[in-house]
Design a protein around this ligand. Structure first.
Ligand SMILES: Cc1cc2nc3c(=O)[nH]c(=O)nc-3n(C[C@H](O)[C@H](O)[C@H](O)COP(=O)(O)OP(=O)(O)OC[C@H]3O[C@@H](n4cnc5c(N)ncnc54)[C@H](O)[C@@H]3O)c2cc1C
Length: 389
């Protein structure tokens, strides 16, 4: 029998790994988080920060997001830190023309049926909420309960709180293998040595597929690049979270797109202003592997789309670009839970463009699963075993 370094090893120091670490440490578990870089080294350090239920597919994904929002509401108090969390800043999905408006209206009807409060607004009504919107637009879907948060602050706050509960972390340490003793997972190999525990959680985001492969599983998690541009800090301009109607088509039904450029770049305009005044304007959805470059073609497309929706953007200086890798899964659902054939191995990866919103509930659910408690949400639809044939 090998020595035990922890009860549970969590691989990945993004918002998911730290949420899981914190929730387990709160239950008295001895947790070791292993991260190949620093905290926020991956997608959590290169994203937007919407908590938007209206962008989720109606059904289990929407229900999971609503459940997560309940946890978000009390998280700042619980972690005792400012996470720049805004619960009801509201979200708009803006439509350029009648076709988009009809498509978004159809989705609004489904969202209402799914239990979410949303309203379809004329452009004049939408401009009462966001005066900067162009008068030439057709209208918008409005979701009052959409919110936003600072993902960096949340990840660091989770880890600080976990440390108070005796969780440990190893940074600049890459997991290179998962150690098995017959059917039971007992630890990990890293570039700094081996570490042992009864349970291993794969929270490696877009790299979650690579970790699962170390145990012989072929889970379809691939990086979907998102390029964003960032402005200098400016006076308050944007109050809500905002995307285009096209965003939903690109996210959930890319097969419906016929335009080659839109298909390749997947530009579904979205905009957000952070507390310090910078504007994040995005973004693309591209399947280009782990290529982190930003491209002139995409930046131009994002800016053009941005100005069409918010003409005042043409007078603002955009000062840098970056990209991140959404952990994309072919059926648009994260992999949450135990894995058949590998006792003690849990997946918490594949959240695509929803990982910030869903991190709160993911942490809670994984901690409930690992400690064999009654689950606060039925995770059947998210079981990794759906991909084991
Ligand atoms: C442009 C863009 C906009 C987005 N906007 C939103 C949004 O508005 N709302 C929302 O909810 N979500 C959004 N997302 C998605 C969200 O950012 C991700 O779903 C989320 O950050 C995933 O978190 P994670 O912890 O699973 O992954 P990550 O943050 O990538 O963390 C995984 C960690 O695992 C580490 N790792 C990988 N391999 C190893 C290894 N072998 N050993 C040790 N460590 C390893 C990595 O270094 C990384 O730090 C957006 C994403 C992008 C790209």
């Amino acid at each position: 029998m090998n020595k035990k370094d922890a009860d549970i090893i969590v691989i990945g120091g993004g918002i998911i790994g730290t949420a899981v670490t914190y929730q387990l440490s709160k239950k008295g578990k001895n947790v070791l988080l292993i991260e190949k870089g620093d905290l926020c080294n991956g997608t959590t350090g290169a994203c937007d920060a919407y908590i938007t239920p209206h962008t989720k597919a109606v059904g289990p994904s929407l229900d999971l997001c609503i459940k997560s929002q309940e946890i978000w509401k009390t998280l700042e108090d619980e972690l005792d830190e400012d996470l720049e969390y805004e619960h009801n800043c509201g979200g708009l999905q803006v439509c350029q023309n009648e076709i988009e408006f009809e498509l978004v209206s159809e989705n609004a009807a489904k969202l209402k049926k799914g239990g979410l409060e949303v309203h379809m607004l004329s452009i004049n009504e939408a401009r009462k909420i966001e005066p900067a919107l162009s008068k030439t637009l057709r209208g918008a879907l409005y979701c009052p309960s959409a919110g936003k948060v600072n993902p960096f602050k949340t990840t660091y706050a989770y880890m600080r709180a976990a440390r108070k509960n005796n969780a440990k972390s190893l940074y600049h340490t890459a997991v290179t293998g998962v150690i098995r003793d017959e059917g039971q997972v007992v630890g990990v190999n890293t570039d700094k040595g081996d570490y042992y525990a009864d349970t291993v959680v794969n929270a490696a985001g877009s790299w979650g597929g690579e970790i699962a492969k170390m145990l012989g599983y072929d889970f379809p998690i691939v990086p979907r690049r998102g390029q964003l541009i960032v402005s200098e800090p400016v006076a308050p301009l944007i109050n809500t979270t905002m995307q285009t109607g096209m965003y939903m088509v690109i996210k959930h039904h890319p097969e419906m797109i016929t335009d080659e450029r839109v298909k390749r770049l997947g530009i579904g305009y979205c905009i957000e202003q952070t507390k310090d005044g910078t504007i994040l304007l995005g973004f693309t959805r591209e399947l280009v592997g782990f290529d982190k470059r930003t491209t002139l073609e995409a930046i131009e497309g994002i800016i053009q789309s941005g100005i069409r929706h918010i003409p005042m953007l043409k007078d603002i200086h955009f000062i840098r670009t970056f990209s991140g890798f959404r952990p994309y899964v072919s059926d648009n659902k994260p992999l949450l839970g135990s894995v058949d054939g590998a006792l003690g191995f849990f997946m918490a990866a594949g959240h695509e463009g929803d990982g910030i919103a869903l991190s709160a509930i993911t942490g809670v659910l994984l901690s409930e699963m690992i400690t064999d408690e009654k689950l606060s949400f039925n995770v059947e639809d998210f079981s990794p075993n759906r991909f084991i044939v």
